[in-house]
Write a new protein. Structure first.
Length: 294
């Protein structure tokens, strides 16, 4: 290691200097005693080097503190052609302080992907579906591709809330990761943007928008688009940032009133560009405010 080698070189120079200064006295001493003293000094130097090497190999305290615990990560399911899941996040929570959107597939003996897609298309008034993982995992490992699948149950409704009348549709489902569309940790002290922002994701034939979550009070929302914007699949490998230039956020509390409405048209700027496009929203899959309050 360069650092350790550098330290060793500096200690060699100090040792040499010390020996030169005491050279006259050393000559007077018994040769065997002088060699023993020199040997003891080199043992000390080697001990210091070994200690430094071990210290440098230890993980930093920052990394240790940044390690997330394994948790149950509930997610909402959206999409009618492909299947996407949106992590159900929470502010100020070491397990769940993330916004994450993933494309996945459902596998299992009961053909759970077909069960979900059929149920999603069946009732226009029931668009909220969720997955309840049956195993704990570390969410950043899923985002990094270290974890590529996990087991879960599929529900219509929000499985944690009786008010949504959750119903089990499929159990023992293998959720397989296909791609990570967006993943970001919430930052303490973050400020909400000056104008409303969303994330566009999907394919050239099916596109959805999710509200960008930044700071409390905030909201999570996903809607479909009635007509896809003219973007190629190669431009949608990751979620595309959208800014609504005509929707300023005057103060944090006003943010809760900015959610898009189904069937409305909005002017948007894509990916930081100044030019604008018009999008028209379709069905709303969900709108969540309770989990993102102050």
């Amino acid at each position: 290691m360069p650092l350790v080698s550098g330290i060793s070189r500096r200690m060699d120079r100090l040792l040499l200097k010390g020996e030169l200064l005491t050279g006259y006295e050393a000559i007077k001493e018994d040769k065997g005693e002088w060699m023993n003293r020199l040997h003891d000094k080199w043992k000390l130097i080697c001990g210091i080097e070994i200690a430094l090497i071990l210290l440098l190999q230890l993980p930093s305290s920052d990394h240790a503190q940044a390690t997330d615990p394994a948790c149950i990560h509930g997610m909402r399911i959206v999409g009618e052609q492909s299947v996407y899941v949106s992590h159900m996040g929470l502010f100020n929570n070491s397990c769940h302080d993330y916004q994450g959107i993933f494309e996945v597939s459902f596998e299992g003996a009961s053909n759970p992907q077909k069960i979900y897609l059929d149920a999603q298309k069946k009732d226009a008034n029931q668009n909220e579906f969720t997955i309840e993982p049956t195993q704990k995992f570390v969410l950043p490992e899923l985002a990094a591709g270290k974890l590529t699948s996990f087991k879960a149950n599929i529900y219509s409704g929000q499985y944690e809330r009786s008010t949504t009348k959750p119903k089990l549709l499929a159990s023992d489902v293998t959720v397989k990761l296909k791609r990570v569309l967006y993943f970001r940790q919430f930052k303490a002290g973050a400020k909400q943007p000056a104008k409303l922002e969303y994330l566009l994701f999907g394919t050239r034939t099916e596109q959805l928008v999710a509200h960008l979550i930044t700071a409390p009070p905030d909201f999570d929302q996903v809607l479909a688009l009635k007509a896809a914007l003219p973007l190629a699949d190669s431009e949608l490998t990751k979620a595309v940032p959208l800014v609504l230039p005509n929707r300023p956020i005057p103060d944090p509390k006003a943010n809760l009133n900015q959610a898009l409405k189904s069937g409305d048209k909005y002017i948007v700027q894509l990916n930081g560009q100044q030019s604008t496009k018009t999008l028209e929203t379709g069905i709303q899959y969900f709108l969540e405010t309770a989990d993102y309050g102050v």
